[in-house]
Design a protein around this ligand. Structure first.
Ligand SMILES: [Fe+2]
Ligand SMILES: [Fe+2]
Length: 286
């Protein structure tokens, strides 16, 4: 382990200013949606305060993936037509695009690759949730899919300098890339991701998704199904070569996750076989 690298990362975590920020509206809307006493109008007003994000949100509402066919020209309309959960997902897409849609050097991800990967994992996560009768959490699975690798945006710089070492360790010991990350740098991208979500005031369930997406069996019992969904979606996307960076080959599919969701071999094959359609849908959001 490199003590100086660990110290530098610790320094970043301790100084929240150094972690990426998102527009306030995203964390506010996430909290409001989960509060049954909050009126739709209050949420619409909150979103409308941010002009830039409102423009982006309306564009997304009318995109191939989210559109219900009717032109949407206001946030009020969007909530009525698409539903509050869908609008919340759209807010997260609009709020995180800038952070995730860049070059992630250390992981060998070209500009836009991490974003593309996140959106594909989001679309597939939602699909798995619906397939396994977990429709109530499909929106959270979608949000979790988008941001599951957000920690990479911070760790990338350090991974770049230690890349060879991390890869050699993963190879020689046959362990996951993220385990090797932790051993060499003292942190892995899941831990950093969780810190970022804490800064953003995102709810516990999303923090769990980010924290445990490579080891779903360790997630708190109440979040096991949703973490398993994102884990499987992530694995299938990596197998299909979507957002496959340097770490993609060193990733395990958790049997516990498959069992938790009761996914059959047939269903797994169908999901994988349907990847071209998932990617096509995802491209409607990019
Ligand atoms: Fe990851
Ligand atoms: Fe991923």
């Amino acid at each position: 382990m490199h003590a100086h690298i660990q110290q530098r990362i610790q320094g970043i975590i301790n100084n929240l200013d150094q972690l990426p920020s998102i527009p306030d509206v995203a964390s506010k809307v996430l909290t409001m949606v989960n509060d049954p006493d909050v009126a739709f109008k209050a949420i619409a007003d909150e979103i409308s305060k941010d002009q830039a994000i409102t423009t982006n949100i309306l564009k997304l509402c009318n995109s191939a993936y989210f559109s219900k066919g009717k032109e949407i020209s206001s946030i009020d309309r969007a909530i009525v037509t698409l539903g509050i959960k869908e609008v919340k997902d759209i807010v997260v897409v609009a709020a995180t695009r800038e952070i995730l849609n860049k070059i992630i050097v250390g992981y060998d991800l070209a500009r836009g690759e991490l974003w593309k990967h996140g959106i594909a994992v989001a679309v597939l996560s939602k699909r798995i949730a619906v397939l396994k009768n977990q429709k109530a959490i499909a929106d959270i699975a979608f949000t979790g899919g988008i941001i599951h690798d957000v920690g990479k945006t911070v760790l990338a710089l350090f991974v770049q300098n230690t890349f060879r070492e991390i890869l050699d360790l993963a190879q020689s010991r046959q362990i996951q890339f993220s385990d090797a990350e932790k051993e060499i740098m003292g942190f892995d991208h899941q831990e950093i991701g969780e810190k970022i979500l804490t800064k953003w005031k995102f709810p516990e369930v999303l923090k769990s998704i980010v924290r445990y997406h490579h080891e779903p069996q360790k997630a708190p019992a109440e979040y096991l199904p949703i973490v398993s969904i994102v884990h499987i979606a992530n694995t299938l996307c990596l197998m299909a070569g979507v957002g496959i960076g340097a770490d993609g080959l060193y990733h395990e599919l958790s049997d516990a996750a498959i069992k938790t969701l009761g996914l059959t071999n047939r269903e797994m094959e169908d999901l994988y076989g349907d990847m071209p359609r998932v990617l096509d849908q995802a491209s409607g959001i990019l």
